[in-house]
Design a protein around this ligand. Structure first.
Ligand SMILES: C[S@@+](CC[C@H](N)C(=O)[O-])C[C@H]1O[C@@H](n2cnc3c(N)ncnc32)[C@H](O)[C@@H]1O
Length: 301
């Protein structure tokens, strides 16, 4: 709706301008199937800003004063669907095989740090799932490979000398705030079994709050995957159900950036409906019991 109450209409040129701007800012690509969604969200923002034409809205977005509105628009265009333990087979591959392998290699080099990045973390279910699985994997690993190091009391979630950092990033401030809060409804907890609920959550009324020790492993921060400078030196990157909203050119650029953001032989997890096939030759696919991941290949000279 415009300020007059009549819905403002796009010209082809205005729609193209706004589509291009969104693509340049965050990589999201709106093909014919998703144009309607884009138009609907733009119309809502136009009404909110009390502007009469999409051209004036576009002018606002590219101005210095429009930075805040641009962030709001991008936030309104994202799809934030997520869940705990999403894609069980993939999480098993991560937990039972890949983590174990990485911990062994690291211990051999006396490197006791583990850095994992959940890129496009939405409301936090993915990074908290990662944190719970890392805590379990490390506890089990420590049983088999105890390290001559004094165990503080009470026993910490992460046995020393190991240090775990999980970075959870997104382009939407609203989901980052929800993730930081770490409180989930019964419906959101549907895929969390009781052993995890008991160990890693506190029940507050009819909701579940992630325990402090788990929260301390996860750091939420804003990162736009479209930008060149992204967090480096990760052992593992999860970027699931994000690239599917980008076009092929953007997917190629992003996988190249991820290769640079990973440590040698690091792993990349993408969503069930996503694949690196045809995008890059920097990774090799690892497949186990229906779970898939991609390992960064090292170039031999
Ligand atoms: C469908 S959710 C996926 C959440 C989680 N990774 C999962 O698989 O359950 C996609 C997330 O990617 C974020 N996103 C989209 N474009 C992005 C960009 N350019 N930079 C960072 N995050 C982005 C969205 O805000 C949204 O929270």
């Amino acid at each position: 709706m415009s300020t007059s109450g009549i819905p403002a209409q796009f010209t082809e040129a205005e729609l193209k301008l706004l589509q291009t701007l969104v693509y340049q800012e965050c990589g999201m690509h709106f093909d014919e199937r998703r144009t309607h969604f884009l138009q609907d969200r733009l119309q809502r923002r136009l009404k909110e800003c009390q502007l009469d034409s999409f051209y004036s809205y576009y002018r606002l977005l590219i101005s210095n004063e429009g930075k805040h509105e641009l962030a709001r628009l991008l936030e309104n265009l994202t799809v934030n669907e997520t869940s705990f333990f999403r894609n069980k087979a993939q999480m098993d591959l991560f937990h039972k095989y890949i983590l174990d392998e990485i911990l062994h290699h690291k211990q051999a080099r006396r490197d006791f740090s583990l850095r994992i990045w959940s890129a496009g973390c939405s409301t936090g279910q993915e990074p908290y799932t990662i944190a719970m699985l890392v805590a379990d994997a490390l506890a089990y690993y420590y049983l088999r490979n105890p390290f001559p190091c004094e165990m503080p009391s009470p026993k910490p979630l992460i046995p020393p000398p190991w240090k775990v950092e999980i970075l959870a990033s997104d382009i939407s401030y609203a989901v980052l705030r929800a993730g930081q809060e770490g409180i989930y409804t019964e419906a959101q907890m549907a895929s969390v079994d009781y052993s995890y609920r008991l160990r890693y959550f506190d029940k507050i009324g009819d909701r579940y709050a992630v325990k402090k020790a788990v929260k301390e492993l996860v750091h939420f921060d804003f990162h736009n995957l479209k930008t060149e400078y992204l967090p480096q030196r990760n052992d593992i990157i999860f970027c699931r159900n994000v690239m599917m909203y980008f076009d092929e050119a953007e997917q190629k650029r992003l996988t190249e950036k991820f290769a640079r953001c990973l440590n040698p032989q690091g792993y990349l997890f993408v969503g069930h409906a996503e694949s690196l096939l045809g995008l890059t030759d920097r990774f090799t696919m690892v497949h186990r019991n229906s779970g898939t991941a991609y390992q960064r290949m090292e170039v031999t000279v």
